[in-house]
Design a binder for this molecule. Structure first.
Ligand code: SAM
Length: 303
């Protein structure tokens, strides 16, 4: 399945859709029982792995309950969720902005996963934002209308086909999935960037400190569970997050090209993301496999 034909029904800022192939090329060529993604979001890596049949089973977890509810609905009954999305999308015809705010208020009362799907498709940058009381408070995108219902329904059906019968979706703090890690698991980790998940600028419903991440990785290393982690990065001289200490994993730098924000602002800033590959995964001699379409990828050992 080509990268752009892999379904991606949940529009989500920070999705790893474009990087999924590069990330999955780090998975060693042996049999695993499960791919576990404790910070699933739009589960771009799980969907890409399922489309390549790289794992027989998948576990997707996230702290955001309605998002996990949405995944459960996709796995069980994509038709109903698609029809509800369509109904919400067409509710906008008379007065789009008012309709958006109406759905947002309803979602903050009932936490209906279909409403979250609609809000994500229609909000600024497809980015979840919560106020300190845990209410979704992102504004509507006034220029774009969000995924058309027919396209959304098709994407939901395709994701359902890939995951049904072999994917469990769990609402939990990431630490629970780490504690339950079993031999035969492979973990892909994409926690919020440091700085986006703590303090007043809370972007996601929950967050992870650097110390918590380090402790959690130690658990995986002790259990000898291989992992790939997306963590710090930089764009145009701005650094996002502090690199992890030496010894926990190898570090690779992925040059992911120009950021969409830089493009919008007419700048030429390259975005570079770190990928940490657990020490138990043998380093590959060549990076040719990683040099995919629009990103040049360098691999370096942690200095
Ligand atoms: C950077 S996003 C992941 C994006 C994902 N890789 C994708 O392709 O869409 C981080 C996710 O972690 C979740 N999250 C934040 N803190 C968490 C925690 N303590 N435990 C579990 N999930 C958490 C957020 O709700 C968010 O969906």
């Amino acid at each position: 399945m080509l990268a752009n034909s892999i379904p991606h029904p949940i529009p989500y800022q920070g999705s790893k859709r474009r990087l999924a192939s590069a990330i999955l090329s780090q998975v060693p060529d042996r049999e695993f029982a499960r791919l576990v993604e404790p910070f699933a979001g739009s589960a771009a890596v799980t969907l890409a792995a399922a489309s390549k049949n790289l794992f027989p089973m998948f576990v997707i977890g996230d702290a955001l309950e309605p998002l996990v509810g949405l995944w459960r609905a996709i796995i069980k009954d994509p038709t109903t969720i698609g029809e509800t999305y369509e109904m919400l999308w067409f509710r906008e015809r008379k007065s789009p902005i008012d309709a958006y705010y109406e759905v947002r208020s309803e979602f903050n009362r009932d936490k209906d996963p279909a409403k979250l799907l609609y809000l994500l498709a229609r909000c600024v940058k497809n980015a979840v934002r919560f106020n300190p009381s845990g209410e979704f408070n992102q504004s509507p995108d006034k220029r774009r209308t969000g995924t058309k219902p027919e396209t959304m329904k098709q994407s939901l059906r395709q994701a359902h086909k890939l995951l049904t019968g072999r994917c469990e979706a769990v609402t939990s703090d990431f630490s629970v999935l780490f504690r339950n890690a079993q031999s035969g698991d492979f973990f892909y980790l994409d926690p919020p960037y440091q700085g986006t998940s703590e303090g007043r600028d809370s972007r996601y419903i929950a967050g992870v400190s650097r110390e918590q991440m380090i402790d959690a990785l130690k658990i995986l290393n002790q259990k000898d569970i291989p992992f790939v982690l997306s963590y710090d990065g930089h764009c145009g001289g701005k650094i996002y997050g502090e690199a992890l200490p030496t010894g926990l994993a190898h570090r690779i730098l992925l040059d992911v090209g120009r950021s969409s924000q830089a493009t919008l602002n007419g700048r030429d800033d390259a975005t570079v993301e770190s990928l940490y590959v657990s020490n138990s995964i043998p380093l590959k001699r060549t990076n040719r496999k990683l040099c995919l379409a629009d990103f040049a990828i360098q691999r370096e050992l942690f200095a």
